[in-house]
Design a binder for this molecule. Structure first.
Ligand SMILES: [Ca+2]
Length: 516
């Protein structure tokens, strides 16, 4: 099938000045690193959909060409346009928009771009841009403990969860994931993508992607401990990712990614006045329109996140970083969390406990890069219970269930006072599961709600076991339900629903009529 998947993107060449975030991952171990049992070689996931960029040394200029949406045969057109100007096609975009990455010889590139720009099918041509990871250093591990409770409560030393994200695929577009790390237990999916040398998305020489994956879905440091991770490698050992690599990776997930799917993007760059088009931002919008959830780092420049790309894209959930005191995170003189109305929610981004690419763990996760995957993991928890929710609905859940109580004056003008709150409610029903045939009468059932949660409404009824017909429509807005039962109805079920985390969840409790 699609043979184009093995063609694609190219070594990165900076063609425009780069506004990169500083990234600093301290290589040394910290005291919190537990012993790591020796493991066999990195489990190489069986890739059903694999993309590997060519590692040849292309000297040239790289652009992203976007066609008009109604362009037919865009792949062939891409080849013909590139060929006509002595260039070639890198990645072909299909799912998020129609377009391609164009590699041109340095000589005459500008002239060729002008000619291609005049083609009636071409919406825009833009020089590839560079983005980098967001990461700085910090102090102690508190993140998971904090996100499962309100700011008004003292930390209780534990992270409670009743979902694990099982069945949800998380797509980490980053520097790779250290696949041999026991933090992940080989929970890797069947889609891989790499555009950087040496083309192994489960080797993370930079260390950034491993930290991100750990916070999202690591078994010790992560929120969604049962989610499936997929590594899309776009950030090299040193240097920056390019916008087209990121757009390509997003297109790849949108085409082949298993739903429910969540993309984590802990990277970005400050916007510059001369940048008119952003293929990676367009790709995010295309992915979300296809039902893929996207979570974005607000950035570490200490600026308004609306001036940071792709953080400003409204369709994604944009995450700012706070410290343990609920203040906007400030890591050093030059780096602090971006802020403002484009931030949707705040999450822990200073001194958090995360796995590292050398095999252990450390209490030094810092940056909006780290805050972002805590939200990604929380999205996975929500989707593991309700996989069909749309991205906009999940974004609403994240916002509406967030807790307040942050140190508001530090957050920056226009920022929301919303801190991530991970769903962790478990509901069971207490009461009769058998009633004597001779004992028609009044009975009571009660919901046992563990984990507090954000329960807004209750609903009860008695129905037949097929779940269709109501026998006693006994709606009541209370956690317990009392109903007269005539045992002549035969076996039945108590159906209890509660509204929490922006949606209804329902429990069916079968009751048998027995001879006593
Ligand atoms: Ca806690």
């Amino acid at each position: 099938m699609q043979s184009k998947r093995s063609l694609s993107a190219i070594a990165v060449l900076a063609t425009i000045p780069l506004l990169a975030l500083a990234a600093c991952d301290r290589p040394e171990a910290t005291p919190f690193a537990p012993e790591v049992p020796a493991r066999a070689a990195a489990p190489a996931p069986q890739a059903a959909h694999a993309f590997v960029a060519r590692n040849d040394t292309i000297t040239g200029e790289r652009y992203v060409v976007r066609f008009n949406d109604d362009t037919p045969g865009h792949e062939a057109l891409a080849r013909s346009l590139a060929g006509a100007h002595g260039g070639r096609v890198g990645y072909v975009f299909t799912a998020v928009f129609k377009g391609f990455t164009l590699i041109l010889p340095k000589q005459g590139a500008e002239h060729a771009v002008e000619a291609i720009r005049r083609s009636p099918r071409v919406k825009y041509v833009v020089a590839d841009e560079k983005l980098d990871v967001a990461s700085v250093q910090g102090g102690a591990g508190w993140a998971l403990d904090r996100i499962d409770q309100y700011w008004s409560q003292s930390l209780d030393g534990s992270f409670n969860y009743f979902q694990t994200g099982a069945g949800v695929n998380i797509y980490v577009i980053d520097s790779g994931i250290q696949g041999s790390h026991s933090e992940f237990g080989g929970r890797f999916g069947n889609l891989t993508f790499t555009s950087v040398y040496p083309n192994d998305p489960y080797q993370d020489c930079r260390g950034h992607g491993t930290i991100v994956a750990s916070a999202a879905a690591g078994s010790l440091g992560g929120v969604a401990k049962g989610a499936t991770l997929n590594s899309l490698q776009v950030i090299p050992c040193s240097g920056n990712a390019s916008g087209s690599d990121i757009a390509s990776a997003i297109d790849f997930v949108t085409r082949y990614g298993q739903r429910p799917a969540v993309i984590n993007l802990s990277l970005g760059h400050a916007l510059a006045w001369y940048e008119a088009f952003h293929p990676d931002e367009d790709a995010i919008r295309g992915a979300v329109a296809s039902g893929v959830h996207v979570v974005l780092a607000a950035g570490n420049d200490g600026i308004n996140a609306c001036n940071f790309s792709p953080a400003r894209v409204a369709e994604g959930i944009t995450v700012g970083a706070v410290d343990q005191n609920g203040s906007r995170a400030v890591w050093n003189a030059n780096e602090s969390s971006d802020w403002g109305s484009c931030v949707d929610v705040w999450a822990p981004g200073s001194g958090t406990f995360v796995a590292r690419n050398w095999g252990g763990w450390a209490n030094d996760g810092a940056g909006t890069s780290i805050a972002t995957p805590y939200v990604t993991g929380t999205v996975a928890l929500i989707l593991s219970e309700r996989p069909a929710l749309t991205p906009s609905y999940v974004q609403d859940i994240i916002k509406s269930t967030a807790t307040g109580g942050l140190n508001y004056p530090t957050l920056g003008s226009g920022s929301p006072n919303r801190f991530l709150y991970s769903p962790h409610t478990q509901v069971t029903i207490g009461g009769y599961n058998a009633i004597c045939r001779a004992a028609s009468g009044t009975y009571t059932w009660t919901m046992n709600i563990l984990g507090g949660g954000d329960v807004r409404e209750y609903d009860w009824y008695i129905g037949y076991n097929d779940g269709n017909d109501e026998i006693y429509p006994g709606q009541t807005n209370a956690p317990s339900f009392t109903q007269y039962i005539s045992t002549s109805i035969g076996n039945f079920e108590v159906v209890a629903s509660l509204y929490t985390y922006g949606g209804w969840r329902t429990i069916h409790w079968p009751v048998s009529i027995v001879e006593c």
